[in-house]
Design a protein around this ligand. Sequence first.
Ligand code: UDP
Length: 238
Amino acid sequence: MRIDVLGVGFDNITVEQAVAEGVRLMQTPGAHYAVTPNPEIVEVCREDGDALEAVNGADLVLADGIGVIYGAKILGTPLKGRVTGIGFAQALMERMAGSGKSLYLLGAKPGIAEKAAANLQVQYPGLKIAGTHDGYFQEDGPVTSAIRASGADVVFVCLGAPKQEKWMRDHGEATGAHLLVGLGGCLDVFSGEVQRAPEVFQKLGLEWLHRLAKNPSRIGRMMKLPLFLVHAAGGKRK
Ligand code: UDP
């Protein structure tokens, strides 16, 4: 069942259910894609109909970020919980390492995906990395061909939102992979270039505060969060 939060339909599922669904999709013929919208992306979707269509057209729409959980609560239709993109990706890699499925890493600045691949192979022994490609390409054809030739089952698409959502919708099929997951800045974290917030921040849902402290120029983007909550309050269903 999907819960509407300001136009975006979120799957009302737990982390375990999301991972089980991800595993099922990677074994199902055809191309499927998962998105992990935070409040900032919901706000982008309110102004960009094409982004909204790409997000809602996903096979899995996971509530990444405590703000979405608050938003759903304010609207009177609470979600079961948060499913962070990074947590979802980590659980999927654990399952892939045990089942021989292969992963392609697409996105971030040149060199980052390779670095992430090397780290992930240490963290998830047995994980097969089919290939990597940076996220600053001009033509899509050579990229989809490279992914197809690699035989990857799963692709982590880290091009930032809403570019990655549109890319997965438009080019997912051409990659030959069964599951594509839009993961924003995750490759920067997996490569070690960007530190994830300490666990206490993660548990309290304050990762955004840590990111802001590390990178104050994000303030403009982050002001979308209070705006999102105001919109949610204005859209209250009861
Ligand atoms: N990126 C990319 N190609 C682009 C634009 C961005 O590969 O054309 C990458 C960028 O290098 C970064 C990621 O996409 O690794 C977006 O990170 P950000 O933290 O902005 O994403 P969020 O998780 O907030 O959506």
